[in-house]
Ligand binder design. Structure first.
Ligand SMILES: C[S@@+](CC[C@H](N)C(=O)[O-])C[C@H]1O[C@@H](n2cnc3c(N)ncnc32)[C@H](O)[C@@H]1O
Length: 264
């Protein structure tokens, strides 16, 4: 049975270790993701709500791994009254982008068919999102991408990402996995499909624990982070770029200078 193609959902097939977001997956992605990712809609809703704190007129927003454009279409609606907010979806799969372009037809939205790790520089960004996507990057690329995100954010800008995670302890790893498989079956996937999907993701989806994700963020410079959602082996994290110490010192100096002038 090894290396045999099998159904991972009623209309999606895959081979062990070869999960891909190809034409077939893209066509059925919006239904498949709701069957296989817990709290998918609640997470979208939470991210859209949090975005209010970071998006204003003229903001630039990136969605890394934008798939069928679900998040960007919700952001477009939410911020429609603001002026000139630009949304950039980065996505390697062309079939995904074709669906996303139909869902989000607005001159404010741009979808780039590109590998996230090939974006060498982000600049002056207010908000970067990456939902269920960094987990697909090999570990050695993940930190580089996070560093570029941190460098490209304006001070006060945020990075929000959601990932499948490993438990901190093997006891919980067992419980979370069993509950996750129950969740999938309660949503209509059968046992064979659940096993086939797990096989197809081998070596493709590489989760880190919550602590490992937080320490990667801290390694690249983020000092202000929190978890905004957690369901067993899934977590949503927000990290905000704070002004650097040098900038604070510079501001203090400027303020002191200003104060001196006022006193003179
Ligand atoms: C699970 S889906 C993301 C779901 C989407 N963010 C949402 O909330 O509906 C992962 C997406 O990331 C894309 N992707 C994976 N690795 C990528 C990479 N290195 N560069 C660009 N896109 C990537 C896949 O093609 C896929 O569409």
């Amino acid at each position: 049975m090894r290396n045999k193609e099998g159904l991972v959902d009623d209309l999606i097939t895959s081979i062990p270790g070869e999960w891909k977001f190809d034409e077939q997956v893209s066509q059925h992605f919006d239904t498949h993701v709701r069957k296989s990712v817990p709290l998918y809609e609640e997470v979208q809703k939470a991210v859209i709500e949090i975005s209010e704190w970071f998006i204003r007129d003229n903001s630039v927003v990136y969605d890394l791994g934008s798939s069928t454009g679900e998040t960007i279409s919700l952001l477009l609606q939410k911020h429609s009254r603001k002026k000139n907010v630009r949304f950039i979806g980065v996505e390697e799969s062309l079939p995904m982008i074709e669906i996303a372009r139909k869902k989000c037809s607005s001159e404010l939205v741009q979808f780039l068919q590109q590998h996230i790790e090939e974006i060498n520089e982000f600049a002056n960004i207010d908000l970067v999102l990456s939902l269920y996507t960094l987990q697909f990057l090999p570990l050695w690329k993940r930190k580089k991408v996070l560093q570029r995100i941190y460098n490209g954010l304006v001070e006060g800008g945020a990075f929000i990402f959601v990932e499948k995670i490993r438990a901190e302890n093997s006891l919980f790893e067992d419980i979370w996995n069993d509950l996750y498989w129950d969740f999938k079956q309660e949503n209509g996937l059968n046992e064979q499909q659940v096993i086939k999907k797990a096989q197809s993701l081998r070596g493709v989806l590489i989760p880190l624990s919550l602590t490992e994700n937080l320490s990667l963020l801290s390694d690249v410079g983020f000092q202000c982070m929190d978890t905004f959602i957690k369901w067993h082996n899934f977590a949503g994290i927000i990290a905000v770029k704070m002004p650097s110490k040098n900038d604070i010192e510079e501001n203090t100096y400027l303020n002191t200078d200003k104060n001196n002038k006022i006193q003179q």
